[in-house]
Write a new protein. Structure first.
Length: 127
């Protein structure tokens, strides 16, 4: 029984991230799911998000507060300096950057990169 409950909660957490374009924090996922799942704990959300990230099913994004992304393909992000929002950018992933980094850091094994642009989002610009 405990295994099924764990799997059901894990699936709910995964679906919450996949259904959002907000790159949610664990707290956001918890707040979304708690009303319909009163037995859900914030610790369970954190544990499952971390497991999903370790398995490569989600991406853990280490901003000041960790966020999670269901889109695991290589892609870039934009983080708003005012509201803290994180958005996907429709920008081709440039694998050549990995080669440039390898040349700049001899002896290091470069496995990939994360590219995040910062600035002010359109909503914050209107305020």
């Amino acid at each position: 029984m405990a295994g099924k409950r764990y799997s059901r909660q894990r699936e709910l957490i995964y679906q919450a991230v996949m259904g959002s374009k907000e790159h949610p924090t664990a707290e956001m996922v918890y707040q979304w799911l708690k009303p319909a799942n009163p037995n859900l704990s914030l610790g369970t959300v954190y544990r499952n998000l971390n497991l999903l990230a370790e398995e490569g099913i989600l991406i853990r994004m280490p901003f000041p507060v960790e966020r999670y992304d269901g889109d695991v393909r290589p892609h870039s992000h934009f983080r708003c300096k005012r509201c803290g929002g994180v958005f996907d950018l429709d920008l081709d992933h440039d694998g050549d950057i990995d080669g440039l980094a390898a040349k700049a850091a001899p002896g290091f094994q470069i496995d990939g990169h994360d590219l995040t642009f910062t600035g002010v989002c359109p909503e914050c610009q209107r305020k």
